[in-house]
Design a protein around this ligand. Sequence first.
Ligand code: NAG
Ligand code: NAG
Ligand code: NAG
Ligand code: NAG
Ligand code: NAG
Ligand code: NAG
Ligand code: CU
Length: 817
Amino acid sequence: MVTETLQHTTAVDRRRVGLEACCDGGEDEKSQQRTTRRWKIIAAFLTTLLLACLAVMCCVLLRQNDVKRSCDASCDVISRTEYMDAPLTPFSELTVEEVETVLYHFQSNHSQFRITDVKKAGMGDNYIHMMEAIVPPKALVLDYLKRGGTLPERKARVIVFRGNATPPVVEEYQVPLSRPHMTSVIQTESRKTRVPYSMKPFSRVEFRDVFRRLIPMVVKQLGHVVKESYGASLGPGCSPKCLRLSMTPVSTAFLPPDTRAAWFWLAYDREFFTLHPLDLQFLVDTTHVDSSQWAVKKVYYADQFFDTFQQLDMSYRQGGINVTRVTFPEGPEEELYSSLHLRGKPFPEDDRPPPVTVLPHGNRFKVRGSRVDYLRWQFTLRVSPSVGLQLFDVNFGGERIAYEISLQEVAVLYTGYTPASSVLFFADSAGLFGTRMRGMLEGEDCPPHAVYLDTRMFASNDGGLKRFARAMCLFEHNTELPLRRHRAYSMTGAFYGGLTDTVLVLRAFISLINYDYILDYKFHANGAIEVSISSTGFLAASFYYPPEERFGTRIHKHVTAGLHQHLFHFKADLDIAGTRNNFTSMDIGVEEKKDTWGHDPQASRSQFFVSKTTRRTEKDACYHYNFSTPKYLLVSGGEETDLGHRRSYRVLPQGMSPPLLPPGNGFEPSVPWSRCQVAVTKHKDSETTSSSIYAMWDAKDPVVNFTSYWADDEVIENEDLVTWVTLGTYHIPHLENTPNTATVGTTVSLFLAPFNYFTEDPSMASRDAVRVSPRDPKHPYSGSVVQRYNTSSLLTCIPDFKLPDEELSEDSEDLFT
Ligand SMILES: *[C@@H]1O[C@H](CO)[C@@H](O)[C@H](O)[C@H]1NC(C)=O
Ligand SMILES: *[C@@H]1O[C@H](CO)[C@@H](O)[C@H](O)[C@H]1NC(C)=O
Ligand SMILES: *[C@@H]1O[C@H](CO)[C@@H](O)[C@H](O)[C@H]1NC(C)=O
Ligand SMILES: *[C@@H]1O[C@H](CO)[C@@H](O)[C@H](O)[C@H]1NC(C)=O
Ligand SMILES: *[C@@H]1O[C@H](CO)[C@@H](O)[C@H](O)[C@H]1NC(C)=O
Ligand SMILES: *[C@@H]1O[C@H](CO)[C@@H](O)[C@H](O)[C@H]1NC(C)=O
Ligand SMILES: [Cu+2]
């Protein structure tokens, strides 16, 4: 049942080997300790001699060669297994044994659950869709982090598809891992834990039936329409001119009660199919778990609607339709407008590659288990199937700033003329973010010196427990932008002081069918965290008809791409100088004043002023961005300082997108969080996530209704607060979005930055800084002292990086699973 492939060698493994080789001196000493004292002395002497020789050789080599591999890089690197099998923390995901415990419980308790192995399950069976660890209540976790002791009880959250219940239902269980017989359906007010099948997320099991059932149906009843219209066919034997069947799920907002349905549409199966849509679409009622009961409800072809395939077939044969005639996009893939091969006049004209970053002395961060240490920063990372990447217990300079920071939902709201494109509303967490993070390409998705982390999780769509190679990477990055600098240039008091903004980047990609989202967490030396998300990938598109112009852009002869809005929701459970915090805004206004000292004491003029408002309740804290009322949003805590300040962090969303769909309309109730650009709620252990894996379908009766998190209007003064931030962009497609949409201009960011939190900029302690002072302040031109705080300026080595190409030529499973 539990399958795992552990055999692959990876960059991290290789790097570890490399670094161990670097540190042979240390290893030598260790083994010598086991020998006798005499030998020890001799050995120590020899080792010293050897190290001295090595140092001399290094210098010689350096002189001869200029660049060399680092010998003083930290040996403390992680390997993939160390990361996942590290000692458990309250944030750890399920271990292999814990997954087995859950499986054993559900399988052995056959009479109650009648669970089928995910590999064999059909839609009418019960099976486990996914499982993940439940983070214990915050109070217990904080207590454990402070005092240690025994780990809070480990529990799993298990989502079970119960296809053989009447009516079929999705249930969310909690399994106490040390006493699985106490398993029960989760009881909570903040979300539904029994969800009707009409709102269930995508599953491989359902897709299997889609293809098994619908493709033969289309082939049998409309094979000739398809062949004559598109010059290609569907199903077995289609080669070399094949079509692809795709699904656009329909939200319950647009369906009769208790119904599940999807629009299916055809596209040419060429790179990449979303840019080759065709005009046969059909709506199928997929409510029934027995797919033989599925029924075609509507058919769209040549810009006309039909009730059934038969009706279309009949009209087609009778010549009552202005038939569509398009041809298969033939020719080499390289020449297709939709393919990602090099084309055009290549540049540069010579073979010189682009710049790369070099680490003069190895990585300055460490990963121990899931804990990351970087200069003054420390945090724990976790990847769960449903939420994906989460940061916990984020510390700067030994103080916790955030208990949790995570991405909650990615939604894309499309528009269009044809039925399938007009009901296209994605809430991507349905695809299980954690499982969509995988297969980063070394040296391309992250710089050559990055360290990659694998994950492991249980999801039915991946056939059970599976390891995902290279799900994230960590690397230190020189932004080449000064974090601060000043050049005082006069004949007196000249000096230069500067510090480059170097950050640790934790990066993950979330790839979902056509789009790829790049999620970056960046840790700056001044105590600021930057969370940014960028989008790239392929546009979703539809067959061109003139009325489509209103809804998007024609991007090819027969293809149009619809306008859409990308929305991202983030959770930041900040703890500023303790857990008791306030949400305050510094509001910038304008007032009239008279200059009594002026030449005209009666004349009035306007000037800015700032005033402070502390939001008392949750309802006051749903922030609607208003251009006319600029403000800083602050989360503050601690005692008032001597200067009368509260230590604060500023919440700065960059890239807000106004919600234009009326609240409560259509799909909108599935993304009610998008109504507030920032919302602040009192922390509740039950209010873990603002969205759910059902959001794509659940508009009629949302499983998580974010509005209810703040509509109860709790007092938020002096409370443990959670800040929720909506970012987004509207995207009007254009020709340069083919074949791929560039990330340029798509990035939205959330900054969490200190505001009167420190008494001065903490980056003043960074030894990355440079200061130049004239030797004689009176004669700034006649020589200066350059202070680099003892950091070595010498570039001693370049990373020993090998492109993965050779390995990929043998085995590319990790990249494409
Ligand atoms: C089966 O599950 C029920 C409810 O969770 C529990 O009461 C019972 O003890 C379980 N039986 C076994 C054999 O685990
Ligand atoms: C077919 O096309 C003609 C000419 O464009 C148009 O007049 C006619 O209404 C169309 N028929 C249908 C059924 O769309
Ligand atoms: C924005 O603020 C101004 C000034 O307070 C106010 O007049 C206006 O109605 C606000 N706009 C919105 C959309 O709330
Ligand atoms: C929050 O605001 C209230 C009222 O302004 C104040 O009494 C309290 O001390 C503040 N607490 C913090 C942590 O700033
Ligand atoms: C969500 O909750 C709010 C506040 O409790 C309520 O007014 C609203 O009707 C709910 N939305 C839906 C779709 O149930
Ligand atoms: C740099 O080295 C000097 C001499 O060893 C020492 O006095 C000084 O404290 C060091 N400075 C830093 C920032 O480490
Ligand atoms: Cu887009």
